[in-house]
Design a protein around this ligand. Structure first.
Ligand SMILES: *Cc1c(COP(=O)(O)O)cnc(C)c1O
Length: 302
């Protein structure tokens, strides 16, 4: 048992928290009239980066004893499975990953890492994966893995919000609008929960889901205030879909700022921001805080 606590201490010592907030210097048309800062959650840890650590933080910080197993769900490039698999590996907790689709013949880098960390990888069909949140399916998993702690896909659950809200609270910088990418909505919900009434949260949808993404946020945060909204115009056709324009933008951004981005989340967010600024969506003097949610491991195949 002491072993678990020591391993956790060692891991927590490696985390770069509070993560840095730095000015974002870009030559975008219109940006000269605004104040731009970026919260570098991508710097938290080389593997447990970004919002995936934020969403898991509370679970592992509150844990008094390790569960016999942790089990979670995701796609073949999942940043969540990657972060969680590594945390479990470091804490000596057996981990089962239920993966959508069969990658056994050509596993992407994410899954090769999981194998190296001794994850029990279970490939399931899309049909089976769709049942992951149904009571019958989770009961069957509990029967097969007694005592296992089930964590939903993306780590997105109510318990994730407190850890996410920390990213706003841990190092107060003045801002009017905070921006983040939105897939399952938990990051945005956690950020909203930490806002003061005069602050606004702007989510950029990375998949097509107008109405759906908003419902995910309100389900996680039933009494959410009204000071937030989601932009749906910058999905580039859907989840993990890219365009030459977006990939070119990511390269330019990296060259100009020295900040690495990937096209699934942070690249789409910053691309959207550049467009919104060009369209004059923010008043002169407006202070914007951009959350870099990490996830760079997922881009190893782009
Ligand atoms: C998972 C992920 C997101 C999406 O966060 P949600 O809480 O699911 O909306 C954003 N950025 C990165 C880098 C991610 O890995």
């Amino acid at each position: 048992m002491t072993n678990f606590h020591q391993m956790r201490e060692r891991l927590l010592d490696e985390l770069n928290v509070p993560s840095p907030v730095v000015p974002l210097v870009v030559d975008w048309h219109g940006a000269e009239n605004l104040s731009l800062s970026i919260k570098r959650d991508d710097c938290i840890h080389p593997i447990i980066s970004g919002n995936k650590w934020r969403k898991l933080a509370d679970i592992f910080l509150q844990m008094t004893a390790p569960p016999p197993r942790v089990l979670s769900f995701g796609g073949g490039f999942s940043n969540h499975l990657h972060a969680l698999g590594y945390v479990c590996h470091r804490l000596g907790i057996p981990f089962t990953a239920i993966v959508r689709g069969d990658y056994s013949r050509t596993p992407p880098p994410m899954l090769r890492d999981l194998s190296q960390w001794h994850t029990d990888i279970q490939y399931v069909t899309k049909h089976e994966f769709r049942q992951r949140n149904t009571p019958a399916y989770t009961a069957a998993l509990q029967a097969r893995y007694p005592g296992a702690m089930l964590i939903p896909e993306g780590g997105s659950q109510r318990a994730a919000l407190a850890g996410v809200s920390q990213l706003i609270r841990e190092q107060p910088v003045p801002f009017d609008t905070v921006l983040c990418p939105v897939a399952s909505g938990a990051t945005l919900a956690g950020i909203i929960s930490a806002l003061t009434p005069d602050q606004h949260a702007l989510g950029v949808g990375v998949l097509q889901g107008e109405g759906y993404l908003e419902s995910l946020v309100t389900k996680l945060l039933p009494d959410a205030p009204q000071n937030w909204h989601i932009e749906h115009r910058y999905t580039h056709g859907g989840y993990a879909k890219t365009s030459p324009e977006l990939l070119g933008f990511c390269d330019d951004f990296e060259r100009q700022t020295g900040i690495p981005v990937e096209p699934v989340y942070s690249g789409k967010l910053l691309f959207a921001l550049k467009q919104m600024i060009a369209h004059g969506q923010f008043m002169a003097g407006h202070r914007l805080l951009i959350v870099h949610t990490g996830g760079l491991q997922g881009a190893r195949w782009y």
